[in-house]
Write a protein that binds this ligand. Structure first.
Ligand code: TXA
Ligand code: MG
Length: 341
């Protein structure tokens, strides 16, 4: 086959893929909360918009529906799911004990990008927590999902709506790209609430230990949590107790080369260009809110364009910078196993 023939065949394949995706989106995506509610009650799955990232939700009390989340995401069954609730007042139904720090955080941060790890109540089925004695709970802040949760009345078990180990989705289209071919349009639906305003996952705070620990930095800065609790809190040390916090989570296909906050990015770009054909730069350190909001979209777009290397600047380890650094470090480790990075 000649070069032009190969190029034409590739272009045709891409067009066919785009047409297939548009067809899947037409079948799966809705912004009708009533449709989403019906699907959940019938044991189907609903991709839900949240202020952080899109989740793939099922009625937490229908074990078969929850099992399908693991299958569709290709997620190991020992990686527990967060239970999403409509209202902080519902916490007492789902947690066995609620220590004082959890009461303070629930009332000041919810609805919002915070997940509390607590001892689970008898209402939480084994399949949700992988048999663990603890459960992650959060009250998300997105108008469509809040409405859905209030009308649903129960808990929604939901991980991020991406394939296991991939970058989380921040638009309904990302969910179509990752899971569109695996969801069943007769049973499942993707609720489109627009792009997620925060763009990185919730902060997970383990309230089963004293003092509480941050297991995953996220949309609420650990400094804010310390201030609310009036005490210093540690980031978890050693092998994480939040399973699923693998070193290589949140990975795009392209290599990610990191530049320290005060490093020379021009140098890093030059070095990357010596070995790679297409290099892109990601540096939004002067606006961390935007950096978080656009991070996953930019990594996905680089993958879609077949970029070899993204050279990304790490923000300083403060505020929202903690979460952005965490995701970038994980993306870099997975994409490029070189110990130097
Ligand atoms: O912002 C978010 O938190 C998003 C939205 C959809 O709510 N959800 C999310 O879920 O990021 P997921 O499953 O992708 O990440 C939750 C993390 C996983 O690493 C999981 O293993 C951990 O929290 N986790 C959940 N419940 C746990 C538990 N009982 N014990 C330890 N780790 C837990
Ligand atoms: Mg996830």
């Amino acid at each position: 086959m000649t070069g032009p023939e190969r190029a034409e065949r590739a272009a045709r394949a891409e067009l066919a893929e785009q047409a297939e995706q548009a067809e899947r989106a037409a079948q799966l995506v809705t912004s009708d909360v009533d449709v989403a509610l019906d699907r959940l009650r019938a044991g189907g799955l609903v991709a839900i918009p949240t202020e952080t990232v899109y989740g793939l939700a099922a009625d937490a009390e229908q074990p078969d529906a929850v099992r399908r989340i693991f299958e569709i995401k290709r997620r190991p069954s020992d990686h527990p799911l967060i239970v999403h609730l409509a209202d902080p007042a519902m916490l007492a139904d789902w947690a066995a004990t609620i220590p004082e720090p959890a009461v303070v955080l629930a009332h000041t941060c919810w609805p919002g990008p915070l997940t509390l790890l607590l001892d689970r109540s008898g209402r939480v089925p084994d399949v949700v927590t992988g048999g663990r004695g603890t459960v992650g709970i959060r009250v998300p802040a997105h108008p469509l999902t809040s409405r859905l949760l209030s009308r649903f009345g129960g808990g929604l078990a939901a991980p991020s709506a991406n394939l296991f180990g991939r970058v989380s989705p921040t638009t309904a289209l990302h969910v179509v790209e990752d899971l569109g071919g695996r969801l069943d349009p007769r049973r499942d639906v993707i609720l489109d609430g627009g792009p997620c305003p925060i763009g990185v996952e919730s902060t997970i705070v383990d309230c089963t230990v004293d003092p509480p620990q941050v297991l995953r930095p996220g949309g609420i800065a650990s400094e804010d949590i310390e201030q609310l609790l009036g005490m210093p809190i540690d980031a978890a040390q050693g092998p994480s107790r939040a399973s699923g916090m693998l070193a290589s989570h949140y990975a795009p296909s392209c290599a990610v080369h990191l530049v320290p906050p005060d490093g020379d990015i021009a140098d890093a770009i030059r070095a990357a260009r010596q070995h790679s054909r297409s290099v892109e730069v990601l540096d939004l350190t002067d606006d961390l809110v935007r950096y978080a909001r656009e991070l996953y979209e930019r990594l996905r777009a680089a993958d879609a364009r077949g970029v070899d290397v993204v050279v990304a600047r790490l923000p300083a380890a403060a505020g929202l910078g903690h979460a952005i650094r965490d995701r970038l470090l994980k993306a870099a480790r997975r994409a490029d196993p070189s110990p130097a990075r």
